[in-house]
Structure formats: C-alpha cells, structure tokens
Design a protein around this ligand. Structure first.
Ligand SMILES: [Zn+2]
Ligand SMILES: [Zn+2]
Ligand SMILES: [Zn+2]
Length: 366
C-alpha cells in the first residue's frame, strides 16, 4: 500500500476551527454566564460606591458676537469654486457683480459623551508556556481590572486576559494530536494520478512519466504527509483557555444645527467648522444655559438627558463635552448678463454652494 494514512479519514470535517465544547470551560466565580466567541455580552458597570459628582453649570459666555465676511472674501471663494469644477465657465464668478450679501449665520450645538464599555467571552490560543493561574484565587470583577488610561474623546480598545481564569486544556479541534488529517487526500498522502488516471500507463505500453508508473501521485496540499498542522493549536496540542476582557472606548457625538431660512441645506454644514463660542468639558456636563437662542438651550437639554440616560445603562461615562459653534453662512446675490443669481459661502473654510451656477457648459457637476 502506498503512503501511510496517519488517521482514518473523517466522516465529515467542518471548515475552519470548530467551536469548543461547553465542557471545556471551567465555572469561574463572577463569570458564570460567559460564553465563547461572538464578541461576548457587555457588562453594565456596577453602581459607583463613591458619590457621583453632580454636573456643574458651565462657564457663562458673555459675548455671542457675529462675524461676517467681506465682499472680497465672497468673490475669492466663488472664483475658487468655479475653477475647481472642470467644465464651469469662470465668467460668472469673474464678471458677476455682487448686489447683496445676507448673513444667515447659524449655531451648532454638539454633545460628545466619551464612554467605556466592557465585555467578556471565553477564548483560547495555542499553549506556548503561558502562565496558568485559574483558581489560584477568585478572579477580579470585570470592572475591577485596571485598564490603560484612554485619551478622552478618542475611540480605542484594549483586550486583556482576566487574571486567574487561564488554564491549559487539550486542543478540542485535533483531540490533542496537534495534527489533522488532510482534507484533499483524505489522510492518504497521495491521490490517483490525474495524467494516467491510476493505470500507470499511457498510450498502451508507455509508462506514465508523471507518476513513474505508480498510478498515484503525492498530495501537494500536505506534501505527501497525509496530515496537516492543526490550525487551532498550531501544532501545540494544548490550548490556553481563558476569559477575554474587551475594554472599548467610544466617543458618542450628536449635534444640533439651528435651522436658517437661507435656502442652504443644513447637511452642507456637517463638513465645515465654525467659530467656537463655547466649550465645556467635565465628567457630566450641565446643559448650557443663558444662550440667546432658545432652540440651542432646548437641544442641549434634550441631548444631555438622552446621552446620560442611554450611555449610563450599558457603559461607564468617563467625560462629556459640549460646544457651541457659530457657523457663518452668507447668501450672496450677484448679477451676471442681466440676471440675478446667488450662491452661499459658509464655514471657516469658506465653502461655496452654487446649485444653479449659470454657466456649466458640458456636464452637470454638483
Ligand atoms: Zn500517472
Ligand atoms: Zn493531503
Ligand atoms: Zn489542535
């Protein structure tokens, strides 16, 4: 018999590493409901033992002044806009005469809530001599494990082993063999020669030179071994089984833009910045007060309530920040070839919007 099968061919082999059986996981005090894979369930933070600091009113901002742009700025921005569109004629931007400039400056209130979420799941990795510490002492609770200090308002995550949950187990995928039968040759290490179809001969009496007349050829997937290294334990036969803790930091941001009646769609404003009039960052913010526009005050109240309710249920709020920006919006009316047209200049970046540019020659580029 050619080639030695190291294993009997399996009846059915699933693709990829199989899921470990539930019996592989020890019962860990405080982690009884932990499941394997799937990202794990989030763990609501415990009620704080110390009194939660109460939100403090933010600093009062006495000057809510309104800047406006000059005609020169508007004209330059418009010329730049026209030249950035390949087939727009520059004539309207160059020769148009500005007849009117109307300010439709608007406010954007933004609330950011920086949260920490913790979740656990059973996990495993090939055993390479890592310390085994299960049951040396009860594992600390998921919120008692020290994580790194995150940078506020920056998304990040950290993955750790929960201390005192690591143990060594034989690999479930290869039953501790370190190798698994090759799928391509069913563990035989060789296959029927595809040139002579197993006969060993071609064209009557000519010996098949592909298999030297053997009728079989080595399996290229396992180099004739009949087995391949187990991917789950990477041939180590043993696994380190442990509870994995994922700490995830997320900056949750919502904003509100005061509606302006200029005709410029509010979604245009999402990619520009404004002049920051107010900034307040603390553990929990108190909704901004005393701002002249009451819709901003109402939006602040609503968003602060929403965020503090929503995020404290599933995660720990680490910091909140609220800002108010004044976004300059100017509607420019100009005359060109005896007709009145208009465009908008908005944001610190002097973005231009001119949906009805009068000289778009060959194609319609928005
Ligand atoms: Zn052959
Ligand atoms: Zn093979
Ligand atoms: Zn294995």
């Amino acid at each position: 018999m050619e080639g030695q099968a190291m294993f009997a061919p399996p009846a059915a082999e699933s693709q990829g590493p199989s899921a470990p059986p539930a019996g592989m996981f020890d019962s860990m005090p405080g982690y009884e409901g932990t499941v394997a894979g799937g990202g794990g369930g989030f763990l609501p933070p415990p009620m704080p033992a110390f009194p939660v600091p109460q939100p403090e009113p933010g600093p009062e901002q006495p000057h809510w002044n309104i800047p406006s742009i000059t005609e020169d700025t508007a004209r330059e921005a418009f010329a730049l806009f026209a030249s950035s569109k390949c087939c727009y004629s520059s004539a309207p931007a160059k020769d148009g005469v500005i007849t009117k400039m109307d300010a439709f400056n608007t406010y954007r209130y933004r609330l950011e809530t920086f949260t920490e979420l913790r979740s656990t799941e059973w996990s495993h990795e090939p055993y390479r001599g890592q310390p085994v510490d299960a049951f040396a002492q009860p594992p600390p609770g998921p919120w008692d494990i020290l994580a790194k200090t995150p940078t506020f308002y920056v998304d990040d995550q950290q993955i750790m082993k929960v201390p005192y949950t690591s143990s060594m187990k034989p690999c479930h995928d290869c039953v501790g063999m370190g190798r698994k039968p090759c799928k391509d040759c069913a563990g035989a290490g060789n296959k029927v020669c595809w040139v002579c179809n197993g006969s060993g001969y071609r064209h009557g009496d000519d010996r098949c030179n592909h298999c030297s007349g053997r009728g079989r050829e080595n399996c290229s997937h396992c180099q004739g071994q009949g087995a391949k290294q187990c991917a789950t334990c990477q041939g180590k036969q043993q696994l380190l089984v442990y509870i994995k803790l994922t700490v995830k930091w997320t900056n949750n941001s919502d904003s509100y833009v005061v509606e302006q009646s200029s005709g410029l769609h509010a979604e245009n404003l999402s990619d520009v910045s404004g002049k920051e009039l107010f900034r307040d960052s603390q553990y929990l913010v108190y909704p901004v007060m005393g701002f002249p526009d009451t819709t901003v005050v109402n939006a602040a109240q609503r968003l602060v309530n929403e965020h503090q309710g929503k995020y404290s249920r599933t995660s720990r709020i680490l910091q909140q920040r609220q800002t108010i920006e004044l976004i300059p919006v100017t509607k420019v009316t100009y005359s060109w070839k005896g007709k009145l047209n208009n465009y908008f200049v908005y944001g610190n970046e002097f973005q231009v919007n001119a949906d009805n540019y009068p000289a778009t020659c060959c194609c319609t580029v928005m």
